[in-house]
Design a protein around this ligand. Structure first.
Ligand code: MN
Length: 353
């Protein structure tokens, strides 16, 4: 496995390349062109500039998270083919620059959703939290303002203001997109891009929906073993794969994470390792990576990945906000660096036993 950290680019991230380079456990970074809107073409020189920044700091660009999918593709409107063409050109440009891993998600309108971005813990650190009963009371029109007011001044991934300024239109456009239609639109997209992925050796790794159930009445399909396997079987190329995000899949306590690792064997290209604590049905708060701090057995998941011969990219996922750090919620330096060290320790132990 290769340990990495997520990096939003030097103009957007509060964590610097110099800091990331000193996390000895990390070999590469997962990054993105954060300023790109979904559907926009990524030019080769832009990709090369990102690579140069990262390589200049002695690290490698290990993959992209994310190349976002335009709503036309998810909704299946007549102009989707134009957006798929753009996506294919972006993949070609990434392939020409030697990038072989692309994470993306297929959630309608909203990316990952939380009801609280800085929930205090007894030790003074803060975490992201989710409470379905709170979310049920939020008018989605106000959610954008809520996120803006609570994200420490950073633009949250998937919550780009340009797009969320048009929420009413978006909800209207999605009103007939049920789970079956969304699934078919995903398969249509994957079939169209697979020849390019195969040509360049680009592994597509869909990120599960977070939380792993429908929110605001919008369909969500990448939520459980049955749906993941259906998606993998519909497009059986090995380049059609999965980001195994523990926190997203584990948001639903019915998902058995170790069983899922084995069920998805050979198709997991990217792993997001983190922990969270279930506090009540439909309610969870994020935790430190240590198994004892949350509801997940990280050692068992790391062992399952190791035993299945996983040789993809791993990164720690959302961390607590520690030591007064001001950063994008979930993406501070300190707790993710501690997470990387912990996961590497687990990996070394399973490798040697
Ligand atoms: Mn994730």
């Amino acid at each position: 496995m290769k340990m990495t950290m997520r990096f939003y680019g030097k103009d957007y991230d509060s964590v610097t390349l110099e800091q990331l380079r000193q996390i000895r456990y990390v070999e590469g970074l997962i990054s993105t062109l954060y300023y790109k809107q979904a559907g926009e073409l990524w030019e080769r020189d832009e990709i090369r500039a990102l690579k140069n920044d990262i390589e200049g700091a002695g690290l490698e660009l290990s993959g992209i998270e994310s190349v976002n999918i335009h709503d036309a593709i998810k909704i299946g409107t007549p102009d989707r083919d134009m957006y798929i063409e753009n996506y294919i050109k972006t993949l070609e440009n990434l392939g020409e620059e030697g990038i072989d891993l692309v994470c993306y998600n297929f959630m309608p309108i909203f990316d990952w959703t939380r009801s609280e971005l800085a929930k205090p813990r007894p030790d003074g650190s803060t975490v992201l939290a989710y409470d379905q009963s709170v979310v049920d009371k939020i008018n989605p029109d106000n959610l954008k303002e809520y996120m803006d007011a609570n994200s420490n001044g950073f633009v949250m991934p998937g919550w780009e203001p340009e797009r969320l300024g048009k929420l009413k239109e978006l909800f209207e456009a999605y009103k007939d997109v049920d789970a079956e239609k969304l699934f078919n639109n995903l398969v249509y997209f994957l079939k169209a891009i697979m020849p390019t992925c195969e040509k360049y050796g680009i592994k597509m790794a869909i990120h599960p929906d977070d939380p792993a159930w429908s929110v605001f009445g919008l369909s969500r399909i990448i939520t459980c073993k049955e749906n993941l396997l259906r998606m993998l079987n519909a497009v059986p190329s090995v380049y059609n794969g999965v980001t195994f995000c523990m926190g997203s899949l584990g948001s639903n306590p019915d998902n058995d994470l170790v069983d899922l690792v084995h069920a998805l064997k050979g198709r997991i290209h990217f792993a997001h390792i983190r922990n969270l604590k279930h506090t009540a049905p439909g309610q969870f708060e994020e935790a430190c990576h240590l198994s004892a701090d949350g509801s997940f057995d990280l050692a068992a998941v790391v062992k399952a990945l190791h035993d299945d011969g996983f040789d993809g990219v791993i990164r720690p996922d959302h961390g607590r906000m520690l030591w007064g750090e001001k950063a994008m919620p979930g993406y501070g330096l300190y707790d993710r660096a501690l997470g990387a060290a912990y996961i590497c320790g687990l990996w070394e132990m399973v490798s040697k036993s």
